[in-house]
Design a binder for this molecule. Structure first.
Ligand code: LLP
Length: 436
């Protein structure tokens, strides 16, 4: 499986963004995250095209939680997308990169006062309010500043998780948002309208992630207009914006077949148009905040293969020089990945092995994958690591976080420097009494 600009070059090596992956590993070291700029830009454009074609009054925001660095903010800005941030750190990254704050949405189920203040003081476009307590806190902070906070209220459309198994965060039993079924969402709308220093611009919901079909989105597109009808009927106040969160899945494995961005947008707008037609209201501004489907397939992690352990009649382990700390997803979510030997990319995979990390625990990255006769010293390319890999990396076992490079048209540039051993101790403090 080759993704984005990946191809096999004349040397029989994997090439990404016009760069030989084996050369990249040699030049920048491993483990290494390589991000394919053309693929990121292409997905941004596909989203904007698809949404604007279906509904001129729509906005695509990139969910920074999937992968955020200052260079990534520049790309997103250049592509004209908005940005969803979920912490002071993500907001700081955006501001440091010069991302226009009015195109930023601030998320979080527990924003600290400092984070709310940061959003207000920097002119963040929309704060996505998650609770009534937060609504009141934001109202007070805005009043202290003599200003107004533009908000969306995050609501949770109750969908029975047993019948719709992909929906994880839009169901009633979740820490996020105000439940529609419990009446808290309507109460939130009423309170927001009473807050003098808050302007309720619309609603937000997010139903789940890595969704490989449109079912959950269609359910949200059915339920949200119903709630909007109820809210406008009982308050008389229009809801001008509807943000439907993120969630479109990607192709981690050959058998994954997510809808294209075009097909996804078509289906979503067909449902929305039908449902807003039924409640006799114009389609509000529609916002969407994809993360994984913009950056996931654009990322490849390059590792060096180390020791190979053959256990006769059981399994062969090949260890690589990374693992849990650069990709916690297999351990956390039983996530599956595809990979290839980058220096023998044209060779048919003929040996089944398990790819193990190098942490002090069983951090298998990929169970039972066929690879082309892996040998110590080979470069293993794990695909689809652009989302929630660097973003979720840790220093477990005091591993240094890998570098991130951006590849484009044969050039490769560092966008995050590899951590050094001294970076690891830079924040450590030895109290005086322990010095001798
Ligand atoms: N908007 C909100 C409010 C979200 O909570 C999320 C993801 C997104 C947008 C973007 O969703 P995406 O398009 O990337 O699916 N760490 C997990 C994924 C957690 C997703 C959390 N929220 C993983 O590695 O699979």
């Amino acid at each position: 499986m080759l993704l984005g600009t990946q191809r096999i070059n004349a040397a029989g090596h994997l090439e990404i963004g016009g760069c030989d992956a084996v050369e990249l590993a040699r030049k920048f070291g491993t483990p290494l995250y390589a991000m394919d700029e053309a693929s990121i830009r292409e997905r941004c454009r596909a989203y904007r095209r698809a949404f604007e074609r279906n509904h001129a009054n729509s906005e695509v925001l990139f969910a920074g939680k999937a992968f955020l660095t200052t260079a990534m903010c520049r790309l997103i800005d250049q592509e004209g997308l908005g940005l969803d941030v979920a912490s002071a750190g993500e907001l700081h990254t955006a501001l440091t990169a010069g991302f226009p704050p009015d195109r930023v949405c601030m998320h979080g189920n527990f924003k600290s006062l400092r984070e709310l203040e940061m959003a207000l003081d920097n002119g963040v476009g929309r704060t996505i309010v998650d609770s009534i307590a937060e609504l009141n806190a934001l109202n007070s902070l805005a009043a202290e500043r003599g200003g107004t906070a533009n908000i969306l209220l995050r609501v949770t459309p109750a969908v029975d998780p047993h019948t719709h198994k992909y929906i994880q965060t839009g169901k009633i039993d979740t820490k996020f948002g105000l439940g529609i079924d419990t009446g808290q969402a309507l109460q939130g709308v009423k309170i927001a309208l009473e807050c003098a220093n808050v302007r309720l611009r619309g609603l937000h919901c997010h139903v789940g992630s890595q969704l490989l079909d449109t079912e959950a989105f269609e359910l949200a597109a059915n339920m949200m207009p119903q709630f909007i009808r109820q809210a406008t009927a009982s308050t008389g106040c229009p809801i001008d914006e509807l943000n439907l969160g993120g969630g479109l899945g990607i192709r981690y494995l050959e058998r994954h077949d997510p809808p294209s961005i075009d097909a996804f947008a078509e289906t979503l707008f067909a449902r929305l148009t039908e449902n807003f037609g039924e409640i006799k209201q114009p389609l509000p501004k529609i916002m969407i905040e994809p993360g994984r489907s913009i950056v996931g397939e654009a990322g490849t992690t390059l590792y060096t293969v180390g020791p190979i352990k053959r256990i006769p009649n059981v399994r062969t382990y090949i260890s690589v020089d990374g693992g849990l700390s650069d990709n916690p997803r297999p351990a956390l979510y039983e996530a599956e990945y595809s990979a290839m030997i980058a220096n023998r990319a044209e060779q048919i995979p003929d040996v089944t092995v398990t790819v193990a990390g190098k942490h002090c625990e069983t951090d298998n990255l990929i169970m039972d994958i066929a690879l082309a006769s892996p040998q110590t010293g080979d470069i293993l390319a794990v695909q689809c690591t652009g989302a929630y890999n660097y973003a979720m990396a840790s220093n477990y076992n005091r591993f240094t976080k890998p570098a991130v490079i951006l590849v484009h048209d044969g050039d490769a540039e560092v966008i995050v420097r590899r951590e050094t051993l001294d970076d690891l101790t830079a924040h450590d403090v030895i109290p005086d009494r322990l010095r001798d």
